[in-house]
Design a binder for this molecule. Structure first.
Ligand code: ATP
Ligand code: MG
Length: 742
């Protein structure tokens, strides 16, 4: 039996222990996730378990995807019937079927953080809450925390008796819930809470899923919170075949309610649970592992365990301290360039990990000027961008007119002369009649004092209704293109004279690529393509999912997002007291906070397989001010003999520019532009005359002087290729490029 031979003794024991509760508690890179995938294979192939009866829960969609891939490789038949899922997507799937039993519509909307914030603002306004005293963000966190702890608004208020501040929060929580429900919407926490409620109140549903999921596995168990634990407990309580794997040293989500007690109490909750420890690390070199062990040993509240490896010592860790954050970024980008130029590594072998998203900017700028492909995971989240949100709100409105926030966002976007006064009148009317915003719009003739605004609102409704009709027999991508076309969205971007219009249009194109990809996956999986399905998927894409392994680029992300992943070369940056560990944790009265920060450092170090570079800067600009920071205490905790601190940077060799991604995108764009009806042109109308031609010297605002190489008709506009003296060859649309003949 080939595949099980690659497991060590303890791993094998964990794989073979299939009946009854099992806890695998082990350090980073010891093969916990690998045990889970092999266990799934073993259950199916050796124990004859129906794949349909297996549920594997992971933390991120990315991890779920990887696990799915590994299982597909190991299992010959039936792998696709195994549910490999995150908590959230599992809950969405269940709720889409059964939430009717809780009085919701099955096409409920999922609110992301931005939507939640807008809603919270509304709630505060309605309750006349002073948002200087009660900040929206803090209120959102309080509500979220209550949900993680499975506290209803009523229970929350009961517990808050006698505490004026908490009472106020309780009121907010109650109203917030009311509004969500009125909009037929759930926030992220609700996905879990409602599923637990469903299981608690609907015995048959619970039993159905208990029978369905006879074998349950949970990865990254140390980061489950109360509601997640409850969900797993309910599902597993009938057959008790539950295997959880985790590492108490990697618990990094306390701020999100993760409860380390879930790991420590596992043996109590599930009596007769077996515990298996894994001690051999297969991921990293000896030096990297020793550094990780040395750092984590400074935490007091932990079960001691030491990992070993027979991978050999490997190279020493590199440590570099720079004058500024800029120098730090420059060094790292050049280092990566050098590694790639030497043919030792590809771009995707490198990951830059930082404490907070804001730290990405400096690196981004450097990557852009060096023309190195990179990807930010999280941070400037694609789906957080204005144009993407606008278009998604159109889709949401077409799908489910009950989402007031979505409708309000687009009612005058692009501008169609609908004023705030009209919108407020509609809003008031809706509130008074206790109906949705869109329903009020549909009855606009009944709204008093609406006056001249009425006809514009009516045509907005007509437009949406027209899309709704079309949506019935149109693919999602076609629908999206139609919406873009008929609302004149792109044209309006252009007309705004927004400097970023070109980037925004690229984003829109990217959204369409995303929709097409969704449709293709559905086809492959033989699942129906639906607008609700697409929106649910989008709502679920944790930031981490913007990472796509098939493309070659450097990955930048926060330490939190890096959990469970591995890279040949990792850069841990911004290692300064005040940044990492953060200022908050240094000054906190609770020493537990610093320990959590140290666990985060342990997670970071253990992502590296072969090379680990630690960097910091003496001074850096933060929120416009220069800060002088000491080297992080975590660096000091790494034994000095494991570290090399060479100061000289080798001479750089130019890396070959390999930009497959851009090329693919350009090809797509050309296709998309060509597909659009020429009647809706914007930009330099084709057939119009440009002031220059191929061979001419031209000047560009940003790229300087260059020579025009080619001019091609690109559907809506001329596509001009220019060889810039300083910046090389670039393709651009004539109307955006604003080239001047010189
Ligand atoms: N017995 C083994 N033989 C060879 N390689 C192994 C073995 N066990 C694990 N590995 C490899 O070691 C690496 C780490 O494994 P895995 O990701 O499963 O560890 P983990 O314990 O889940 O780590 P983390 O705590 O970071 O999530 C992977 O590349 C995996 O393929
Ligand atoms: Mg893992």
């Amino acid at each position: 039996m080939g595949i099980y031979d690659t497991l060590n003794e303890q791993q094998k024991r964990a794989v073979l222990h299939t009946e009854g509760p099992l806890l695998v508690l082990a350090g980073a890179g010891s093969g916990k996730t690998r045990v889970l995938t092999h266990r799934i294979a073993y259950l199916i192939e050796e124990k004859g378990v129906n794949p349909w009866n297996i549920l594997a829960i992971t933390f991120t969609n990315k991890a779920a995807g990887e696990m799915r891939e590994r299982v597909d490789k190991l299992v010959e038949f039936g792998a696709e019937s195994v549910w490999v899922s995150t908590f959230h997507s599992m809950c969405v799937r269940i709720l889409r079927r059964h939430i009717g039993l809780l009085g919701y519509d099955t096409n409920f909307t999922i609110y992301d953080t931005d939507d939640q914030k807008t809603l919270m603002k509304d709630v505060c306004k309605l309750l006349k809450i002073d948002t200087k005293v009660y900040k929206e963000r803090a209120l959102m966190a309080a509500v979220s925390h209550a949900k993680e702890e499975l506290l209803t608004p009523q229970e929350f208020r009961r517990r808050a008796e006698g505490d004026f501040g908490r009472q106020k929060i309780g009121e907010v929580y109650e109203e917030y819930e009311k509004q969500l429900r009125a909009n037929n919407a759930l926030d992220f926490d609700d996905l879990l809470v409602k599923t637990v409620q469903l299981f608690q109140t609907q015995k048959e549903v619970l039993e159905y899923y208990q029978d369905r999921f006879r074998y349950i596995m949970v990865d990254e168990y140390q980061d489950t919170n109360t509601v997640q634990f409850e969900l797993v407990r309910l599902l597993a309580s009938k057959y008790r075949n539950l295997c959880v794997v985790g590492d108490d040293d990697q618990s990094i989500y306390k701020f999100r309610g993760a409860n380390i007690k879930n790991i420590l109490d596992f043996e109590q909750v599930f009596e007769d649970a077996r515990t298996i420890k894994l001690e051999q690390n297969y991921r990293s070199t000896g030096h990297i592992l020793n550094a990780a062990n040395a750092v984590i040993r400074h935490n007091v509240g932990r079960k001691d365990k030491t990992l070993w490896t027979d991978n050999g010592e490997g190279e020493k860790l590199a440590f570099r301290q720079f004058d500024t954050g800029y120098d730090e970024a420059e060094y790292i980008v050049n280092d990566i360039k050098k590694n790639v130029a030497h043919g030792e590594r590809t771009y995707q072998d490198h990951a830059i990990l930082y404490r907070t998203n804001a730290q990405s900017r400096m690196f981004e700028e450097k990557f852009v000027t060096e023309n190195i492909p990179y990807k930010i995971v999280g941070g400037i989240n694609f789906y957080g961008r204005r144009e993407i949100k606008d278009l998604l709100c159109y889709l949401k409105t077409v799908d489910n007119g009950q989402d007031d926030l979505a409708v309000r966002r687009i009612v005058n976007v692009p501008k169609r002369g609908i004023g705030l006064t009209s919108i407020n009148r509609v809003q008031e009317y809706a509130a008074k009649r206790e109906i949705g915003f869109y329903d009020a719009l549909k009855a606009v003739e009944l709204i008093p004092d609406i006056g001249r605004g009425a006809s514009k609102l009516e045509s907005f409704v007509a437009l949406i209704e027209h899309f709704k009709t079309d949506a019935k027999d149109m693919s999602v991508s076609k629908l999206m293109e139609e919406i873009i076309e008929e609302t004149g969205y792109v044209e309006s971007l252009k007309a705004e004279g927004d400097e970023e219009a070109e980037a925004r249009i690229e984003n829109i194109d990217e959204l369409i690529s995303k929709i097409v990809a969704y449709e293709e996956t559905c086809e492959e999986m033989d699942e129906p393509v639906t607008l609700s399905g697409f929106l649910a998927e989008v709502a679920l894409v944790a930031d981490i999912d913007s990472m796509d392994e098939s493309k070659d680029y450097v990955v930048l992300m926060t330490l939190h997002s890096a959990k469970g992943l591995e890279f040949p070369h990792v850069y841990l940056v911004g290692l300064e007291d005040g940044i990492f560990p953060s200022y908050m944790t240094i000054t906190s009265e609770d020493p537990g906070d610093l320990e959590e920060e140290r666990r985060l450092c342990y997670v970071g170090i253990t992502r590296a397989r072969k090379n680990l570079t630690l960097t910091c800067a003496r001074r850096r600009m933060i929120r416009g001010e220069t800060q002088y920071n000491r080297m992080s205490r975590f660096v000091n905790e790494v034994p000095v003999e494991l570290v090399s601190t060479g100061v000289k940077v080798e001479k750089l060799v130019e890396a070959p520019v390999k930009n497959v991604y851009k090329q693919a995108k350009q090809a797509f764009q050309t296709k998309l532009y060509a597909a659009q009806k020429p009647a809706k042109q914007f930009g330099t109308p084709l057939g119009g005359k440009l002031a220059y031609e191929a061979g001419d010297r031209v000047l560009h605002g940003k790229f300087g002087e260059g020579t025009v190489k080619a001019i091609v008709e690109g559907g809506r506009d001329y596509e001009v290729t220019v060889d810039f003296d300083e910046r090389g060859i670039k393709k651009m649309f004539a109307s955006f490029a604003k080239l001047q003949k010189i």
